[in-house]
Design a protein around this ligand. Structure first.
Ligand code: AMP
Length: 192
């Protein structure tokens, strides 16, 4: 069972690399951001709540996003593992994920930290905003999201180092080169 946490600031390429990982290793992909955007599209109550936070560049409350993650995880049966994209984003979320997996007799295989300089992140996010029309990819919200990343999410690097799961990945350069580094870490960590 492969359980991978793909980590990094907004715009670091988590979604793109997650797709390549799911393709190569046949594991499932949970992007909490995608789950929330789907709820917004469907006009659900959860979607309405999520939209307020997303438009402000703020994180949803831990209890809420942990419940969502747990129910998505429970809805997936008979898989070989999961790539967690955009979750955890806080220490309580990381602790909750550890417990959720432990309760299922599982563990995190590796955490991959896609490291990209801030200037490059801003350039990528502005470009994505123009191309995809993602509402939170505008300069004002990007700045807030990067601040939230630094204050609430960045401390997870230390957390995963202590857990012995941390792997640094240089997140700039050709997509295939980045993926080669990721695959090497996954294969070493899973003993393949
Ligand atoms: P993403 O697509 O991962 O960049 O997420 C977009 C937005 O969804 C974030 O800016 C948050 O508002 C919300 N979100 C996604 N994942 C989480 C999470 N793990 N915890 C709290 N909020 C989240």
């Amino acid at each position: 069972m492969l359980n991978i946490v793909i980590f990094g600031a907004p715009g670091s390429g988590k979604g793109t690399q997650s797709e390549k990982i799911t393709e190569k290793y046949g594991i499932r992909h949970i992007s909490t951001g995608d789950v929330l955007r789907e709820e917004i599209k469907n006009g659900t109550e959860l979607g309405k709540t999520a939209k307020r936070y997303i438009d402000e560049g703020q994180l949803l409350p831990d209890e809420l996003i942990i419940d969502i993650l747990a129910s998505v995880l429970d809805s997936m049966k008979g898989h070989n593992g999961v790539i967690f994209d955009g979750f955890p984003r806080t220490i309580p979320q990381a602790e909750a994920l550890k417990k959720l997996l432990q309760d299922r007799g599982q563990d995190i295989t590796a955490m991959l930290d896609l490291d990209v300089p801030e200037e490059e992140l801003i350039t990528r996010l502005l470009k994505r905003g123009q191309e995809s029309g993602r509402a939170d990819d505008n300069m004002e919200t990007i700045k807030k999201r990067l601040d939230v990343y630094k204050s609430q999410t960045f401390p997870l690097i230390e957390y995963y180092k202590k857990e012995g799961k941390y792997n640094h990945i240089k997140g700039v350069g050709a997509l295939d080169d980045i993926f080669r580094d990721i695959a090497a870490v996954i294969e070493t960590s899973s003993g393949k």
